[in-house]
Design a protein around this ligand. Structure first.
Ligand code: EPU
Length: 316
């Protein structure tokens, strides 16, 4: 995986042998949950993916520090699972997969600031902002991921992006220490934030005081738009491709007649061309084959090279 121009060794792409004893030692003593051979299809919005050697859900940020320190001591790679904009290959992920699902704290701070721990879902954060009459997150209505995932990806829609509201990011660095990074030190690019190496465990967002009914109206309108135009009822990983400059990948795919095309149970959504949906039993290899087919048809017809927005990780 490439981040900031360097190759980063993660559990998702590492090929070195890791012993079971190392893995067990790296997750010993955690207060959160630990499951060996956890089927990642149960933890991804695509409902696809082979097993993790071990999946941990740290109880809190201190537990995240512990797992990072122990993993480093044993040279066991780890990978943080967001789970929504992700395709895990059928061979699964070696080493430790960390889910931040238990990091669910959220609070308002003076100056219309919200702090959320990394595992808080964006829909939960938006609900909290509405209840506290805080405006500035409406653009994110309908994004299903965690706030940590949204920061790492610089998640965005036509109405806005994470860059516009992040004030600071709390991270656990590769030594297992907590580090607060002001937004000014983060370079936000299209669907990617360049952050120090480590795990995003919390985010401060700067909002403004707003009128509750107005914030709620904008959020609801936007959710309706997404429900009308996107296949939200079927398992998927959101948009598969980044939009090419001043065009929509979904439009190009529709015009190429690819809606409904499928490999096994992986299907180009009839509703939105930039979504691949899992009709039930799709494997990662089906999705990857379908992605290859879409790319080559679009390249041939239009000359456009579609880049992936979806992250593909794990062993084939
Ligand atoms: N369109 C088609 N056919 C399709 C899909 C779209 O002709 O199958 C046309 C639409 O009619 C519209 C234009 O393309 O004129 C743009 O479509 P849409 O409003 O659905 O937006 P998009 O550019 O396809 C982007 C984001 C979505 C986000 C929507 C709404 C990217 C890659 N996609 O999609 O984000 O939900 O805007 O704000 O940035 C995601 O990131 O996972 C994602 C789904």
């Amino acid at each position: 995986m490439k981040r900031g121009g360097r190759r980063v060794r993660t559990a998702a792409n590492v090929h070195a042998q890791v012993t079971q004893a190392d893995v067990r030692a790296a997750v010993a003593g955690l207060r959160g949950s630990v499951s060996f051979q956890a089927p990642l299809r149960d933890y991804t919005s695509f409902k696809i993916g082979g097993p993790a050697d071990v999946l941990v859900e740290p109880a809190d940020i201190e537990d995240v520090c512990l797992v990072v320190q122990q993993a480093r001591a044993r040279k066991v790679p780890f990978f943080v699972l967001g789970g929504t904009n992700l395709l895990v290959r059928d061979g699964g992920i070696r080493g430790i997969v960390i889910s931040l699902a238990r990091l669910r704290g959220i609070k308002e701070e003076p100056g219309f600031i919200l702090y959320a721990e990394g595992g808080v879902g964006m829909p939960t954060m938006i609900g909290y902002a509405i209840r506290h009459s805080l405006a500035g997150l409406e653009w994110a209505a309908g994004i299903p991921g965690t706030v940590a995932g949204c920061v790492v990806m610089n998640a965005g829609t036509k109405l806005g992006e994470m860059k516009s509201c992040v004030k600071a990011v709390r991270m656990v660095n590769m030594k297992g220490q907590v580090l607060d990074v002001p937004a000014a030190q983060v370079e936000f690019r299209y669907r990617r934030a360049l952050l120090p190496r480590g795990i995003v465990v919390g985010v401060w967002v700067q909002l403004q005081q707003g009128v509750q009914s107005e914030i709620e109206r904008v959020v609801k309108d936007y959710l309706h738009y997404r429900r009308d135009t996107q296949p939200l009822a079927q398992p998927s990983a959101g948009c598969v491709f980044k939009n090419p400059r001043s065009d929509s990948a979904g439009r190009l795919i529709e015009v190429a007649g690819l809606k409904g095309a499928h490999v096994g149970d992986a299907e180009v959504s009839i509703k939105h061309g930039n979504f691949i949906v899992n009709r039930g039993q799709a494997c990662a290899s089906d999705v990857i084959a379908l992605i290859g087919k879409i790319r080559s048809v679009i390249r041939r017809r239009t000359g456009v090279r579609l880049d992936l927005e979806l992250k593909i990780v794990g062993k084939p």
